[in-house]
Design a protein around this ligand. Structure first.
Ligand code: NDP
Ligand code: 2IT
Length: 450
């Protein structure tokens, strides 16, 4: 692809910063593949793969507890269905817009391809902020959101799941509305409750998978997580289960955070303390600062958005797992981590590192994994949930966990092999992008210009 056509792709949607960054990264890293395959250019692969197959946008009106009418926006970006029906999460957060969802959906295409399961890529969501809303408000919002979305999805068409701001509670309300509207009990959503079609280990899968991936990375240097100090950001689904599996494997977790700040516990967050965090965030829906009221040895530091670094990443540790939000490790954070002798940086969230931070870790030969490889365990177990729904049965937790371990091992191997094959040994970013890209592109070529 020439620079001119990249410019043309980007110029079509000016201002879509997040999407442009994701496209540019893929195009740069898959260049060795493009050079080997001139037919990709002839069949317009890059022009097609960067254009959503369908983009749905709808009004989401709902009534708050004071009787006021509120209006949010709902979206679903159906990016690519070359290898299977559209599949990917939903995000409810005030920052949600088309650019962010196009970036997430674009990443999802390659992430899902890495699992080798038949799942295309999509992402959706709303600019609704669940924080501070009552359960009833969240329910009314979810019902209206699904009323707008239900006619565009289905178990053979598009299967959403949760994501940032969308957990078990929201999936329950969304599923209830879909079932009522369509008169159909199907596997249209994943992340369902265990008693009504959900899979064991789906809530844990993203975090557990991240740690299984990190374990594989460390093994390439004959190391393990045992005794390693670890910084984990976030305190939601991904952060909690990343911390849990790290503790299981003998690591020492020092931090958790939310949008208001972070806690540092020099003695380590053990299983009991983590149960407190889970209750605090999942049931009480409280703030992470409340941790220090219970565990006085820990310190809380309030978030300061005027800083160009995050002090969470300035503690000495061997492993870093950013599991909260995009762009949370910037250039200065990367330097701070390296000055503190970091060994491994494994992305739990979707693109939590700035491009500069990625470059710094790669230049310094730090073990670095991109989210699309490391956090693919979540969507992989969603795929297993779909398989179980089709068979009308439930595998045991042990069976799902075993399959998850194998999938993460395979993604790790495929990323390393693709990196080595294309002259970048040990570069998981290049390897994951190429391995995912090749699978999707081969399917697109087989299916003609559609
Ligand atoms: P949750 O909503 O469960 O948790 C999100 C966490 O991030 C919360 O602790 C939240 O704090 C914190 N957070 C939100 N915004 C900011 C911010 N601006 N600065 C700092 N912290 C912030 O979401 P998940 O754990 O599910 O998702 C986390 C990341 O992982 C996202 O990037 C998501 O796309 C990605 N992901 C999720 C998967 C899943 O299966 N759930 C699968 C793969 C990727 P607060 O409580 O204050 O809002
Ligand atoms: O970003 C992600 O991979 C998810 N939010 C999970 C998607 C899914 O369909 O399980």
């Amino acid at each position: 692809m020439s620079d001119t056509s990249l410019k043309q792709i980007l110029a079509r949607d000016p201002g879509e910063r997040e999407f442009h960054q994701a496209v540019q990264e893929i195009i740069e890293t898959v260049k060795p593949v493009l050079d080997r395959h001139p037919e990709y250019h002839r069949f317009g692969i890059l022009e097609r793969i960067t254009e959503p197959e369908r983009l749905i946008m709808f009004r989401v009106p709902w009534v708050d507890d004071e009787g006021q009418v509120r209006v949010n926006r709902g979206y679903r970006v159906e990016m690519n269905s070359a290898i299977g029906p559209f599949k990917g999460g939903l995000r409810f957060h005030p920052s949600v817009n088309i650019s962010i969802l196009k970036f997430l959906a674009f990443e999802q295409v390659f992430k899902n391809a890495l699992t080798t399961m038949p799942m295309g890529g999509a992402q959706g969501g709303s600019d609704f902020d669940p924080k501070g809303k009552s359960d009833e408000e969240v329910m009314r919002f979810c019902q209206s959101f699904m009323a707008g979305l239900s006619h565009h999805i289905g178990q053979d068409t598009d299967i959403p799941d949760g994501g940032l701001g969308v957990g078990a509670r929201e999936i329950g309300y969304l599923f209830g509305t879909y079932k009522k509207q369509r008169n159909e009990f199907s596997g249209v959503l994943t992340g369902k409750g265990l008693g009504w079609g959900g899979s064991y280990i789906r809530p844990e899968a993203t975090g557990y998978g991240i740690v299984y991936f990190a374990k594989e990375m460390l093994a390439t240097r004959n190391e393990t997580l045992k005794g390693k100090t670890c910084l984990v950001s976030g305190s939601g689904n991904v952060a909690q289960h990343t911390a849990e599996k790290t503790i299981d494997l003998g690591g020492k977790v020092l931090t958790q955070s939310d949008s208001s700040g972070y806690i540092f516990d020099p003695e380590g967050i053990d299983k009991e303390k983590l149960s407190f965090v889970k209750r605090l965030k999942n049931i009480k829906r409280g703030r992470i600062s409340e941790y220090i009221d219970k565990y006085s040895g820990a310190i809380f530091t309030e978030a300061d958005r005027t800083l160009d670094y995050n002090p969470l990443w300035n503690h000495k540790a061997e492993c870093a797992f950013p599991c909260a939000f995009e762009g949370e490790i910037r250039e200065k954070d990367a330097h701070n981590l390296i000055n503190n002798d970091i060994k491994l940086v494994c992305e739990g969230a979707d693109r939590p590192l700035s491009s500069e931070a990625v470059r710094i870790f790669l230049d310094n030969k730090i073990l670095y994994a991109p989210g699309k490889a490391a956090n693919a365990g979540g969507v992989a177990v969603s795929g297993l949930e779909m398989a179980q729904n089709r068979m009308l049965l439930n595998w045991s937790a042990e069976e799902v966990d075993q399959r998850l371990k194998t999938i993460m091992k395979n993604i790790h191997r495929a990323s390393l092999d693709a990196a080595a094959d294309h002259g970048e040994p040990g570069n998981y970013l290049v390897g994951a992008n190429i391995a995912g890209f090749i699978r999707v592109v081969n399917a697109m070529l087989d299916q003609g210009v559609v």
